[in-house]
Design a protein around this ligand. Structure first.
Ligand SMILES: CC(C)(COP(=O)(O)OP(=O)(O)OC[C@H]1O[C@@H](n2cnc3c(N)ncnc32)[C@H](O)[C@@H]1OP(=O)(O)O)[C@@H](O)C(=O)NCCC(=O)NCCS
Length: 169
């Protein structure tokens, strides 16, 4: 497996894997209308290009056998989606395609996030995860995260609860 930091030129590939993994993860538990609304808002090319250009965000692709198998988005400073101090790093997105899950790729991306956090002297890593996403919650707990709060998240017009989970470095 290899990892590569994304640039603006990766916007279309990023859009493709964002759609694919979001659909795989959430389509069974959400209405098609809410999924469509979210996908169009979060992953339109203009939005992704804006995020790729933000110096406080970084995206990475992880490759397995030369195929993009998953991706990671981390935020620092004011790119974080909640008000957090400058000693925090957010994992906003960590997604592995279904067929590549449970082969250590998620851990590999999480370790990348930890490496970035430690290099920039951050004291903690945090993330928001849907309370019904039991698979991801179990993974984060295995990786040493604990629940430290909750916030609202809108999937289309449906208000959902995200747990905030944190790992102290
Ligand atoms: C959550 C996700 C990133 C985990 O990645 P993964 O590649 O499947 O996980 P890994 O193979 O790297 O697992 C790392 C460790 O966590 C454990 N683990 C992974 N999923 C687990 C689960 N559901 N329950 C318990 N342990 C789990 C593994 O056994 C492994 O343990 P080990 O280090 O002792 O071998 C991946 O399943 C995914 O992309 N899911 C869909 C998208 C998603 O929900 N993203 C998060 C949105 S907030």
């Amino acid at each position: 497996m290899t990892i590569k930091q994304c640039t603006l030129e990766d916007s279309r590939n990023l859009q493709e894997i964002s759609f694919e993994t979001f659909n795989e993860t959430f389509k069974d538990q959400n209405s098609p209308e809410n999924m469509k609304a979210y996908l169009e808002r979060a992953f339109n090319l203009k939005q992704l290009e804006k995020e790729l250009s933000n110096i406080s965000s970084q995206f990475f692709f992880v490759y397995f056998n030369n195929e993009v198998a998953g991706y990671l988005k981390v935020n620092t400073n004011d790119a974080q989606t909640e008000e957090m101090d400058e000693e925090s790093l957010e994992i906003e997105r960590i997604y592995i395609k279904n067929k590549f899950q449970k082969h250590g790729l998620g851990k590999y991306l999480l370790n990348k996030a930890m490496e970035i956090a430690m290099e920039s002297n951050k004291k903690k890593i945090w993330l928001g995860v849907w309370e019904k996403n039991e698979n991801a919650i179990a993974f984060y707990m295995k990786m040493g995260f604990v629940q430290t709060g909750a916030h609202s998240f809108y999937m289309g017009d449906e208000e959902q609860t995200d747990f905030i989970m944190t790992k102290t470095l």
